[in-house]
Design a protein around this ligand. Structure first.
Ligand code: TZP
Ligand code: MG
Length: 226
């Protein structure tokens, strides 16, 4: 088992707080397929990411009904639990609670952390940030980790914010005491520059979903990050 609230070694129960240390060792942050599904089996896509070394799986399905998200989420909860991988739900605090996920990932337009925390006291709360001001606010509000980006150009998020760039990323280690995960346009061709900027945690969507061999690509990316 890795960081997740597994039912394997350690025998943690879901009522214990997910320790912040579970986030210390995460490197490769992956996702459910969303619009990249293309007729494939979502469970097989996530399984391949886990076999390749994903440390976190986020349920991120922007076009699914909540009922469909619940059904997929139940399967992903079971899979991630048995594999000892952290399971995070995007946007929906209620779905995160229903699924007994390890945490929720919020955006700047979602419910603020101060309202989410009482509902998720023992869980992880992550938040997407796009500027120093948002990073400082996230820390002040008690985020457990931060998503920071977009670092590079991406077609995956149509309403993306301005690029933060590598200079800003390299400053994060001085300004951010909690784990931060870079996102946006990260893949096998760009991951080296991320590491050069001192960032060893990456969230990757399209480069993995479009790869001919998802497991192999995850393995390559994860090896670059450690
Ligand atoms: N937030 C900022 S960029 C982005 C999100 C969710 C999309 C990242 O996708 P990709 O395909 O890895 O660039
Ligand atoms: Mg959101």
């Amino acid at each position: 088992m890795k960081g997740g609230s597994g039912n394997g070694e350690g025998g943690k129960t879901q009522t214990e707080r997910i320790p912040r240390s579970a986030l210390t060792n995460i490197h490769l942050y992956c996702f459910s397929p969303g619009s990249f599904l293309k007729g494939r089996d979502p469970i097989e896509i996530v399984s391949a990411q886990i076999r390749g070394g994903a440390d976190v799986i986020q349920l991120r399905e922007k076009d699914m009904s909540r009922r469909a998200k619940l059904e997929l989420g139940m399967k992903l909860r079971e899979l991630t639990k048995s594999e000892g991988v952290l399971f995070i739900v995007n946007d929906d605090i209620d779905l995160a609670i229903i699924l007994d996920a390890d945490g929720v990932h919020l955006g700047q337009e979602d419910i603020p952390i101060r309202f989410a925390r009482p509902l998720m006291e023992k869980k992880i709360i992550g938040i997407s940030t796009h500027s120093l001001e948002q990073v400082e606010m996230a820390i002040e509000e008690g985020a457990d980790y931060i998503g920071i980006g977009p670092v590079f150009e991406t077609a995956t998020k149509s309403d993306r914010e301005p690029l933060i760039g590598l200079d800003f990323l390299s400053r994060m280690k001085h300004v951010c005491p909690i784990p931060y995960v870079a996102i946006g346009g990260i893949g096998k061709d760009t991951i080296g520059s991320l590491v050069e900027a001192g960032c060893h945690r990456a969230a990757v969507i399209s480069d993995i979903m479009l790869a001919p061999d998802i497991e192999k690509r995850c393995d390559e990316l994860r090896r670059s990050l450690v």
